[in-house]
Write a protein that binds this ligand. Structure first.
Ligand code: AKG
Ligand code: FE2
Length: 299
């Protein structure tokens, strides 16, 4: 029944851009007011994708018990299948290729338009779903991801402006069979955590893609990883971008060696939140006027 209901509906496919056709106004409109997702094709070379994939396979092979923290996998944990999905966290420490991905100029340009010029990165991790591996509970992403308790968030919070953007860099073919991320087009427009009555699995479409594609979506979009019913792995790099003042999910600078921070590019420093000083011990900060239209030039 479900399969029939899905196949009889016209498919909604996220709009596809390339570095040559990038149009940030259109993308911002698609993410907020349209289907909630776009695909950017052609940002990474086959070599970069192969290198990233190899590192992720090695790291996750050595975690056969899937001992790392994961999210929205309660059912898999109950069914004893949690080891068929694996996370690799703190990717910046695991290969230069991940810094190139996180700070790709086209992603920077797009995110500056969407989240503000001084946006930051809250997480960069891989999600590998092995053959036979489980899907996730339909959800929305950080910082909305505990919106199943809306009373813990500000009153009248809504999705008229974004507190999150996700980038999924596809490393293996994302097909219906391998478990391409599912989403409900347009669901980002009203900020709500999906529940049973929303019939997510009857209504969802897939973020299909080839290795090297980058899917960008607004984290208020209802979505989830789907079960991998194929015989091959399904991996992706998941990047979370946030406005500069949202508390990031990962403490990325604390997990990196001093030498990485000392040699980081200006864009990487921005992504790590090092350009925005708060919270600060103001009692110990340099004296004088530090904010306003007329302020000290050098802090
Ligand atoms: O890997 C996927 O397809 C999506 C993962 C996801 O949505 C998440 O971990 O929050
Ligand atoms: Fe998610």
């Amino acid at each position: 029944m479900h399969a029939h209901a899905q196949s009889s509906r016209p498919k909604t496919v996220p709009r596809i851009f390339t570095p040559e056709t990038i149009d940030t106004d259109l993308i911002v409109g698609e993410l907020l007011d349209g289907v909630g997702a776009v695909t950017i094709r052609g940002l990474f070379t086959a070599d970069e994708i192969a290198q990233a994939r190899q590192i992720i396979m090695e790291e996750s092979n050595s975690d056969a018990q899937a001992a790392k923290v994961t999210h929205f996998q309660g059912a898999a944990e109950r069914e004893g299948k949690i080891n068929l999905q694996r996370r690799v966290w703190n990717l910046l420490a695991k290969g230069d290729v991940f810094s190139r991905m996180a700070a790709h100029p086209v992603l920077m340009q797009t995110m500056r338009a969407f989240l503000g010029t001084e946006f930051i990165m809250g997480s960069i991790a891989a999600n590998r779903i092995l053959p036979g591996g489980p899907g996730q509970e339909p959800h929305i992403d950080y910082p909305y991801w505990d919106y199943h308790c809306p009373q813990t968030h500000p009153s009248r919070l809504n999705s008229s402006f974004p507190l999150n953007a996700q980038a999924t860099i596809v490393l293996d073919p994302f097909t219906e069979e391998t478990g391409a991320t599912a989403y409900v087009p347009g669901s980002q427009r009203s900020l709500r955590y999906p529940d049973e009555s929303d019939r997510f699995f009857d209504r969802c479409e897939r973020m299909l893609g080839e290795p090297g594609d980058t899917v960008i979506f607004f984290g208020a979009l209802w979505h989830c990883a789907m079960p991998n019913r194929s015989t091959v792995d399904r991996s992706a790099v998941l990047i979370q971008y946030l406005p500069k003042w949202v508390k990031p999910m990962e403490n990325i600078p604390a997990a990196l060696p001093e030498s990485f921070l000392d040699t980081a590019s200006p864009d990487i420093r921005q992504l790590l939140g090092l350009n925005y000083p708060y919270p600060e011990i103001l009692d110990a900060a340099r004296g004088g006027n530090a904010e306003g239209r007329t302020m000290m030039k050098a802090r």
